[in-house]
Design a protein around this ligand. Structure first.
Ligand code: COA
Ligand code: AMP
Length: 633
């Protein structure tokens, strides 16, 4: 039916309280909320303030009580170990209740923080749900981050307990997590009382007596714990995300708004029903993993797939098709880079012919811009709707999407379509004035944001305001630039800050600069995200050495590459730095990062009138040409 999207969208904006009150009916509450939107402390809006619920109960227990005990809740598929495991809702409940009991035996209670530093194994999901069961606040740290990054998060979240595993597996490489964890704890000021380690057979961890506990032993001894009612506004989790500096932002998610929005999104955005198999090929360390591997599919009574592998090399570019056909996946959600990886290895999609994909209905992509080439390739190959949607760690679910469960709108390649219900997306200039259709500016969202979006930065309301709501009064600043066309389609063109997107992973160039600046030979540096046809963007460092340094540049560059790998992690994909004589700056001393980036991307660039010395740009251009970066188009 046409007009359904407009109707739903208008209702959500004209009468948000009625709209979300209706959505909240889908959640089981211990105490039903009577206050839907609480605007008494702007810009800190709160949803369902007087409601009480438990997120784990809604994601697990209630399905067991309502006849889904024998339905599969979670499928673990690990091509890197050859293991496959299936958990019904009944089994998942036993495991989660048991592990919640284990945490509780260590004194973990409502409001305590638990850091989870784990690879893609079922125990990661069980840990998250067990925390939710107790009302404890989990903070999952992506396994690809190095000890320093983990330490920064430990110091900010101050966890009572850290849950980890002995190792992760990257294709064939076994990465021992325990030494990384030990190092992080050594570096941190707020040390946890205990750690719980899940021992994997690929690498057994050495335990520290008195501090480290074995997951299996502890779980065996523990009595199952029940769900603890929490307030709608109590935090469910903290998820750290890259900002413009080396200090990540601890995005806080509440329980009530999150459960309501995520449950609602499963039918309305993704068009899946309870019982369907839904697969988000991401990692539990990212927001996509939180929202769409764990919480949303389980809140909706779907079967979720937890995949410990890659789109390629595990074992080949048919890996995704194998999983889709083996488990009858209806909707797959991943990042465009995964499809670029498949396309690179199997450009004609020959491997698809080996599998029955008749149950596969939708491909959803997000995490970075969906380039039209990848969109066309996936659409031609799969002959199903390929849906781009735009969101962020902060929002927890789609801001702009083609909401397939409401109405399938016409697709315009390069646009994630129109704002999802609840989001008033506008394009502003730097002074906060609305820009006309087609004109590029800063993408902002009028407050209040809908349920499920961040409530604050962990223990730092000031940083929340500074980062998001101070720039334009009454708006949330997204950090993205873009425009809206005359038909209301939103186009996201990239970040306007120092955040970059590498293979769908959000990283801070400012954080990398902070690491490089500590090298004894470096006087000054700028790290930029340069366009890359495979990973979307790749960080490249431009480094000025201190006077008198007389060492081989290649040696220094390889030290810098090693420093980023050991301080931030392999996931930063920092492989390139160029030693230059000077960095181009404005007269006030600001490095012209945007101009260098445009130059490296081969784009037309303007020499700013504020430049201090135009020759510095010429020098950079010469360096870039020598390094093989494209000429201006
Ligand atoms: N633990 C340890 N190391 C990790 C890691 C983890 N959890 N995740 C990634 N790394 C390492 C990789 O092994 C790689 O190391 P290398 O430089 O020694 O090869 C490095 O970090 C970079 O990782 P990545 O950018 O993922 O590159 P890749 O070549 O291994 O894989 C893709 C590229 C595109 C296949 C992969 O990134 C992918 O599938 N991405 C799409 C899905 C996704 O993750 N989306 C996230 C948001 S939706
Ligand atoms: P993260 O918080 O890791 O999810 O990263 C969020 C950022 O990724 C956004 O601010 C955008 O810059 C980018 N992003 C996510 N999805 C899209 C998309 N569909 N199109 C363009 N950019 C996207």
């Amino acid at each position: 039916m046409t007009g359904e999207y407009k109707k739903a969208y208008d209702e959500s904006i004209n009468n948000p309280e009625l709209f979300w009150k209706t959505a909240a009916e889908e959640i089981d509450w211990y105490k039903k909320p009577t206050i839907i939107l609480d605007a008494s402390n702007k810009p800190f809006y709160r949803w369902f303030t007087d409601g009480e619920l438990n997120t784990c109960y809604n994601a697990v227990d209630r399905h067991v009580e309502n006849g889904r005990a024998d339905q599969l809740a979670l499928i673990y598929d690990s091509p890197v170990t050859g293991k496959k495991e299936k958990y019904t809702y009944g089994e998942l409940l036993s495991r989660v209740a048991e592990f919640a009991g284990a945490l509780s035996s260590l004194g973990v209670q409502k409001g305590d923080r638990v850091i989870i530093y784990m690879p893609m194994i079922p125990q990661a999901a069980i840990s998250m749900l067990a925390c939710a069961r107790l009302g404890a606040i989990h903070s999952v740290v992506f396994g690809g981050f190095a000890p320093h990054e983990l330490a920064v998060r430990i110091d900010d979240a101050k966890p009572k307990v850290i849950v980890s595993a002995s190792c992760g597996i990257e294709v064939k490489r076994v990465i021992k997590y325990k030494p990384l964890l030990d190092k992080a704890i050594e570096l941190s000021k707020n040390k946890p009382e205990k750690t719980i380690i899940f021992q994997r057979e690929e690498a057994e961890a050495e335990m520290i007596e008195g501090r480290d506990l074995d997951w299996s032993e502890l779980a065996r001894k523990s009595r199952p714990a029940d769900c603890v009612p929490v307030k709608s506004t109590d935090p469910l989790y903290i998820l750290y995300t890259s900002g413009t500096t080396g200090m990540p932002k601890g995005v806080v998610r509440d329980n009530g708004g999150h459960a309501v929005a995520l449950k609602w999104s499963m039918k309305n955005v993704y068009d899946v029903d309870p019982g369907d198999v839904y697969w988000a090929a991401s990692d539990v360390g990212w927001v996509v993993g939180h929202s769409y591997i764990i919480y949303a599919p389980l809140l909706h009574g779907c079967t979720t797939v937890l995949y410990e592998g890659k789109p390629v090399r595990t074992p080949d570019a048919g890996a995704f098709w194998r999983v889709i056909s083996e488990y009858g996946v209806k909707a797959l959600f991943t990042a465009p880079t995964a499809f670029r990886a498949i396309k690179k290895e199997d450009p004609k999609g020959k491997l698809l012919g080996d599998y029955d994909l008749s149950g596969f209905k939708y491909l959803y992509l997000a995490g970075e811009r969906l380039d039209p080439d990848t969109y066309d390739w996936a659409t031609d190959l799969l002959k199903i709707p390929v849906i781009d949607h735009w969101w962020q760690t902060e929002t927890g679910w789609a801001i702009v999407a083609n909401c397939m469960g409401i109405e399938q709108l016409e697709v315009k390649a390069g646009s994630p379509t129109k704002p999802a219900p609840g989001y008033q997306v506008e394009i502003l200039d730097s002074k906060g004035q609305n820009l006309p259709a087609g004109e590029e500016g800063i993408v902002a969202i009028k407050l209040p944001l809908p349920p499920g979006t961040l409530t604050t930065i962990w223990e730092n309301d000031g940083k929340f305001e500074k980062s998001y709501t101070e720039m334009f009064k009454g708006y949330y600043f997204t950090g993205d630039g873009g425009f809206i066309d005359e038909d209301g389609y939103v186009y996201i063109m990239g970040r306007v800050d120092d955040v970059i997107n590498v293979a769908g992973h959000r990283l801070s160039t400012g954080g990398m600069e902070e690491v490089i600046a500590t090298h004894p030979d470096v006087a000054e540096c700028a790290v930029l995200g340069v366009a890359d046809s495979f990973k979307g963007q790749l960080p490249v460092g431009f480094v000025v050495l201190k006077d008198g340094v007389n060492r081989d540049n290649d040696e220094i560059v390889s030290e810098l590459v090693g420093m980023i790998r050991s301080e931030i992690g392999a996931v930063a994909s920092f492989k390139k730095a160029i030693v230059v004589e000077r960095l181009p700056k404005t007269r006030s001393g600001k490095i012209l990062r945007g101009t260098i980036r445009d130059m490296a991307d081969g784009k037309d660039y303007k020499i700013p009138s504020t430049i201090d010395d135009p020759d510095t740009l010429k020098e950079i251009e010469e360096h870039l040409r020598r390094e093989g970066y494209p000429e201006k188009d």
